[in-house]
Ligand binder design. Structure first.
Ligand code: ATP
Length: 226
């Protein structure tokens, strides 16, 4: 059964940035889209070499930067999560979650923290990179669960996580019952078994595979890059 399109990137869209003074701006194009790209609920991987434009693309999908050409549409509440949590380093995860959530959502955040072995009482500035990532991941999951449908755009959320936690998180994404589109920038392709599609940037072109071309997503990635 085809799922409803939650993200549509029309053919002809270009992603990049502007340089120079406001009255003498020059475009720097990073990513071009050949044909229409549509994605529905599920897990979509964005995997591409360093510096190819993944973050620029994700920020544009989130509405934080303009597309150089074309217009992206999203049919749900969009939540963007950068690659680092930027908060007061003295704040503890418990206080952080209490600032965001109440009631059942707060209980869900605390339960997830327990599952992922995150200490809620350690100030965020004293947490390791991986443990700070857990705070972001929990925020993302509980935010997603609050809306009927949502689009989660996550920039390298698995960076710094140990193997067991990566496994738990990818399992959580595969089994979460929410109507959520997760578009996730990552480099750790070997830990993903189940995904709905893979996007990559090859030679400045956005390419999209909606099924695996081999037995793993890594093989699909290599095929799209070649
Ligand atoms: N506003 C900007 N001004 C100047 N350069 C920019 C701007 N935005 C992006 N760039 C450049 O565009 C290139 C792509 O950046 P981007 O962060 O999107 O790549 P990426 O694929 O996410 O990289 P990585 O995997 O290393 O995180 C980089 O060389 C970056 O410095």
């Amino acid at each position: 059964m085809a799922t409803e399109t939650l993200l549509h990137i029309p053919g002809g869209t270009r992603f990049g940035y502007y340089t120079g003074l406001p009255w003498k701006r020059a475009e720097r194009s990073l990513v071009e889209v050949g044909g229409d790209i549509r994605a529905g609920m599920g897990l979509h991987l964005l995997v591409a070499p360093n510096g190819s434009g993944k973050t620029t693309l994700l920020r544009t999908l989130a509405g934080l930067s303009p597309a150089l050409q074309g217009r992206v549409t999203t049919a749900a509440q969009v939540h963007y999560f950068a690659d680092e949590l930027r908060v007061d380093p003295e704040m503890k995860p418990r206080t952080f979650f209490r600032a965001w959530f109440t009631g059942a959502s707060l209980a869900a955040a605390e339960k997830l923290a327990d599952t992922l072995r995150l200490n809620l009482a350690t100030p965020i500035g004293k947490l390791s990179r991986g443990n700070r990532q857990k705070v972001l991941l929990i925020l993302a999951e509980v935010k997603a669960a609050q809306s009927e449908t949502s689009v989660l755009l996550m920039d390298e959320p698995l960076t710094g996580l140990d193997a067991e936690t990566r496994e738990q998180v990818t399992q959580l994404w595969a089994t979460a019952g929410t109507q959520t589109l997760r578009l996730v920038i990552m480099h750790e392709l070997e830990c993903v078994r189940e995904a709905d599609s893979l996007l990559t940037i090859a030679g400045g072109q956005l390419r999209h595979a909606t099924s695996r071309s081999g037995s793993t997503w890594m093989e699909t990635y290599r095929t799209l890059q070649s």
